[in-house]
Design a binder for this molecule. Sequence first.
Ligand code: ADP
Length: 308
Amino acid sequence: GDLSSRVEVVGNGDIALLARDFNKMTEQLNRNEEVRRNMVADIAHELRTPLAVILGKLESIQEGVLPSTPENILPIQDETLRLIRLVRDLQQLSLAEAGKLPMSLRKVNLRAIVEKITEQFEIEFEERGLNIEIKGEKVPEIIGDADRLTQVFVNLIGNALLHTPSGGTLQVLLDEVENPQENVMANEDAARGLRGVFRRKDDKAEEAGSKEKTSVDESGTGRWVQVTVKDSGEGIPEEELDHIFDRFYRVDKSRERENGGTGLGLAIAKEFIQAHGGTIQVKSKLGEGSSFRISLPLKPKNTSDVNP
Ligand code: ADP
């Protein structure tokens, strides 16, 4: 229900300060409640369509309207798989948001991960007539969870593939940098494109009463690895950039669903990268392409549970 209780703020003594804090907390609770309600509505909506398809087909087969041929069973299987992906993604997302994502930390070679993924996508690249370039030989290994990082780059490279017309180019650039934030600010374009992401990244810091970014590397090395996934595809309209990391957000609602995406790919990428103490930023221009830049500290802050 709505928490409409507010107290009157009189004067500016201790009681007034308390009253102001109380009102602020009430507002925050209302906002949280609204976010939760929207999330449940979104999930219900995402579940409804595949379930309707599955039920419809099954009923037609049962009534004899549709013969139970492999072609008629395939969409049932597809939609079931989509539901399984959706549930898995939602579960991982909620674990990550709660800071409870199980992470198996080891030395990770990001270049090797990217190469393996592009090999797996090779047929798709050929079919679509896309070129892929990987640049950056000597990047240091980082401490991270190889499976989670693989999923992040599968999501980014998969998106680039979907949104780049034939003849286009996909580049993955690996780089070692001293300070990813300076790098970003040095680039006016990037700073503009990244605003939305940074704002979100700061949410937690602000809650904790600090306006400082939390992504400072405290491992003592002060070095980061940057991986940029850049495509020459359709691009993302500027007004959408603030939203693409949101759950279920799709720029082209109907088409994106047909692609089989859950609308959670970038939300997951953001959460997994943040779980490594890193940041993800986007820069895009309509008709020219998009570029997603991930910055990861060589070591996340809590590396006590590193496996040898
Ligand atoms: P989906 O499962 O729909 O791909 P994502 O969270 O991965 O969900 O992406 C959210 C939306 O961002 C996509 O639906 C698409 O509209 C847009 N998007 C993501 N990557 C790109 C890209 N490389 N080029 C253009 N649009 C993109």
